[in-house]
Design a protein around this ligand. Structure first.
Ligand code: SAM
Ligand code: SF4
Length: 335
């Protein structure tokens, strides 16, 4: 594990230190999860998407400015051709304390071993149901067995603290919180339950499927001995430990404003747009700087430093409004 730490330089106007980036390396995906995408999605043409070399340049620039944690996401990061080369390029970067990835798990059985070798530290795998038919309904096309094989491959490759991500939705999988936590305990995994966020227009009303994590916590507490944990990621997750097991349960409540005060992260889309908040439009386009100055990172780093002045205080999600809070899908901004 690298020990060199770069001096923190990304401090926003509210004094929050940004040391975590989430980089989406593709808007494409082999699934069409009902809460994430419409049935017919138009994806970006190739030349409007960052090359993997440009992604690596971005990661290196952010790390040189004091970022120590990078999450690679998408879309589905592993459907990007040659995605592994990016992990190999940045996996052992001095100053990068943690390289993580969020994946739907569909390709993991092929890549888990090489990803571990490349320096990927942790994996989050999205699983919304343990029932194959229901899994297909939620993902519209996904094969649960492939994902289960992907989880097993990640364990075999030696990944520790694998975390399952589950978006609970009323009428879709709201009765699966308990079976999913039982599965996580059996498999010695962590699990995070995520409240659905109003990102992008989908086929259902978000208000009708929304389940609060308060209700989920109450349900889980009635079935499992949960011990509140002080751990925080600087993000919207709160953690509980299931007594006498290796499993932690995270409850991610993006609708709560409490976590914005401690926000330490920014997101970069696969088009190179640096979004300063998941729920706001404030952004800086980094692609022109990458392409106009292919051999000089100074303008890029200056733009990243200047962006700290437009990081908003917090998001503005409101499920009761009939329009999405933000027009972008999570697959565009990166989860
Ligand atoms: N394809 C990968 C996956 O599914 O894990 C990575 C990208 S996905 C956009 C990242 C995470 O965002 C997933 O855990 C997914 O469940 C979550 N997500 C997508 N749309 C969401 C929404 N509208 N509300 C809450 N979570 C969402
Ligand atoms: Fe694809 Fe992930 Fe979105 Fe599902 S949540 S459609 S797997 S990007």
């Amino acid at each position: 594990m690298p020990t060199i730490a770069h001096t923190p330089q990304l401090i926003d106007q509210f004094g929050r230190r940004v040391d975590y980036i989430r980089l989406s390396i593709t808007d494409r995906c082999d699934f069409r999860c009902v809460y994430c995408m419409g049935e017919d999605m138009t994806f970006l043409p190739r030349n409007e998407v960052l090359s993997l070399e440009e992604c690596a340049r971005l990661v290196k620039a952010f790390v040189s400015l004091g970022v120590s944690k990078v999450r690679i996401t998408g879309g589905e990061p592993l459907v990007r051709k040659n995605a592994l080369s990016l992990f190999e390029e940045v996996g052992h970067l001095p100053g990068l304390r943690e390289l993580t990835m969020t994946t739907n798990g569909s390709q993991l059985e092929h890549y888990a071993h090489d990803l571990k070798k490349a320096g990927l530290n942790r994996i989050n795998i999205s699983v919304d149901s343990l029932n194959p038919e229901r899994f297909r309904k939620i993902t519209r096309v996904g094969d649960l067995n492939k994902v289960l094989r992907g989880i097993e491959a990640a364990k075999q490759a030696g990944f520790a603290n694998i975390k399952l991500n589950t978006v609970l939705m009323r009428g879709f999988n709201d009765d699966e919180a308990i079976p999913l936590l039982e599965f996580a305990i059996r498999q010695q995994l962590d699990v995070a339950f995520i409240e659905e966020m109003p990102l992008g227009e989908v086929d259902h009303s978000r208000e009708s499927t929304y389940i609060s994590n308060k209700a989920t916590l109450k349900l889980l507490q009635a079935h499992f001995p949960l011990i509140s944990s002080a751990e925080t990621t600087g993000g919207p997750a709160r953690y509980w430990r299931v007594a006498h097991t290796h499993t932690r349960v995270g409850l991610i409540s993006p609708h709560s404003h409490n976590f914005c005060e401690a926000c330490n992260r920014v997101r970069i889309t696969c088009k190179g747009e640096l979004y300063l908040c998941l729920g706001q439009e404030n952004k800086v386009d980094l692609m022109p700087l990458l392409r106009e100055y292919p051999h000089d990172d100074t303008p890029l780093k200056e733009a990243i430093l200047a962006s700290m002045q437009i990081k908003p205080r917090g998001h503005d999600f409101d499920l009761r409004r009939n329009a999405p809070a933000v027009i972008r899908f999570m697959s565009q901004t990166g989860g």
